[in-house]
Design a protein around this ligand. Structure first.
Ligand code: CA
Length: 493
């Protein structure tokens, strides 16, 4: 009898142990990324248009998690930033320097988590020239994708499929369908990547009628004439008065006054942009609601970000590319109930190169040594890492392609930004070199980056100190100009 009870107990204990072992408690990760969503247009960031932006769901996520106030792209253009976010590596290491370059097959956060036993999927905008790898399931927009009735490239299907409806809604439906039918004995890593708020800034009811009878506040520097700056700002065609607005179904004013033209275009542009972002935000809400319905909200880390920022009329610009803050800064909000203090904020210098190592670290997997970013898990869990970076290294490679923005590199610290327009394309001899020039901005005194103080003698020592940091970071990230012979002669000018 005693022997039988012992056997029974052993059996029960054994069953319990096996059950515990097979019940995978690693956190799920839902990664939500929008396109071109600037912090100036997000309510919880408390910035320029926060009072008019319609982002209640992203704001709610922030109130339940941690908001990063100083997160930046290291190359502010779509495909390169997406490649960096996936790989944890700078453009010169992951191979995507510019738009329309092939994304070589390499380890990513998704492939690493898949190997570690996560069920992985991506739905929405991929925008890399490659077939997604590392995903158990994918349905991705073809190239930029359409807002209305978009086409998707799907795993194990040779033909593209056109879906009826609005891109953001379809991407949410795909994500929700995946989550409802997930493999329940595995944790999941899902990337839901929306098209909004990328151009052509389209929206659907009821958000397409927001802001009809109101004027949206203008930035102070909408009519910037670039008087205290380099030729790079003067040369670019990123200006709102140069926007081919007909493409977006509106007319310009019949005027030679660039300031009046900018004001006229700005109102149409910003309303279209904010409406497009509002549709995207509503879809973020659908995903958060589903997590709760499925009982997944407690053990799912939710990350919200965008591939870079966007000019919303600041400096008279639209789009991105430049190292100026409106373009370089990314939103980053992370919720992890029970681990991250609700409503907390972080002011450290974080970069898109940190996203992949953070995801890998949160999943409990060792971070590959060749990832160049650092995990921010310690900030999330109240155990901040020591000796965090004091400067972010940035490099925009796409010299004078699209909108005439000169290639540049530089660093951003909390107080200063040093930019070097190095003046020559790499391997693009059909484009003329531009004069090498430097910009320095004192961000405490001049947060809008209006006055270049590089030649101001007051900043002589600052320039020297910052150049040392720049040089050391170029070595640290193995992006030395000696690797590019065309540049070498120009570096010390
Ligand atoms: Ca983008």
């Amino acid at each position: 009898m005693v022997g039988q009870i012992k056997l029974l107990l052993t059996g029960i204990i054994g069953y319990v142990l096996i059950s515990c072992q097979s019940d995978d408690k690693r956190p799920n990760i839902l990664f939500i990324m929008s396109d071109d969503h600037a912090v100036n247009a997000i309510g919880c960031y408390g910035k320029r248009l926060s009072n008019v932006a319609h982002t209640p769901n992203i704001d709610q996520l922030s109130s339940q998690g941690m908001l990063f106030k100083n997160c930046f792209a290291t190359n502010s253009i779509c495909s390169p930033s997406r490649a960096t976010i996936l790989t944890g590596k700078y453009s010169h290491k992951n191979g995507v320097y510019c738009l329309n370059q092939n994304f070589p097959d390499q380890p990513t956060s998704a492939s690493i988590l898949q190997s570690a036993g996560y069920q992985t999927a991506i739905f929405g905008k991929w925008h890399l020239k490659s077939t997604p790898t590392g995903f158990d399931e994918y349905k991705v927009l073809r190239e930029q994708g359409r807002y209305q009735n978009p086409e998707f490239v799907e795993k194990n299907k040779s033909e593209m499929t056109e879906y009826e409806g609005w891109s953001e809604d379809i991407i949410s439906d795909m994500t929700i369908d995946f989550l409802k039918n997930r493999e329940k004995d595995k944790p999941f890593f899902v990337m839901a990547q929306y098209k909004g708020a990328h151009d052509p800034w389209a929206s659907r009811p009821p958000f397409d009628t927001l802001y009809q009878n109101m004027e949206i506040p203008e930035p102070d520097n909408l009519c910037d004439q670039y008087i205290h700056r380099t030729e790079a700002s003067k040369r670019t065609t990123l200006k709102l008065d140069m926007l081919d607005w007909k493409t977006f179904h509106h007319e310009k004013l019949d005027t030679e006054d660039t300031c009046l033209q900018r004001k006229h275009v700005y109102q149409q542009y910003i309303k279209a942009y904010l409406r497009s972002a509002a549709v995207m935000d509503a879809n973020v809400g659908k995903l958060l609601k589903l997590l709760k319905q499925e009982g997944l909200d407690k053990n799912t880390i939710v990350i919200y970000t965008s591939d870079q920022g966007h000019f919303l009329g600041e400096h008279g610009f639209f789009s991105k590319r430049f190292m100026y803050d409106e373009s370089m800064q990314m939103p980053l909000i992370i919720r992890y109930p029970g681990y991250i203090n609700p409503g907390s904020e972080n002011e450290e210098l974080i970069a898109n190169v940190d996203v992949a190592p953070t995801i890998v670290d949160l999943a409990g997997v060792n971070i590959p040594e060749d990832m160049q970013g650092q995990s921010i898990k310690g900030f999330l869990l109240g155990n901040p890492p020591e000796n965090w970076r004091e400067a972010i290294y940035y490099r925009y490679w796409q010299h004078l392609l699209h909108r005439d923005v000169a290639a540049h590199y530089g660093i951003r610290t909390k107080d200063y930004k040093l930019i070097y327009y190095y003046g020559l394309s790499l391997g693009q001899t059909e484009y003329s070199p531009t004069p090498p020039e430097w910009e320095l901005f004192d961000l405490k005194k001049d947060p809008n980056e209006m006055v270049n103080v590089y030649k101001d003698q007051t900043y002589k020592q600052t320039v020297s100190d910052l150049k040392q940091i720049l040089d050391s970071l170029k070595i640290h990230y193995d992006d030395e100009d000696s690797q590019y012979p065309q540049l070498k002669a120009l570096i010390d000018i």
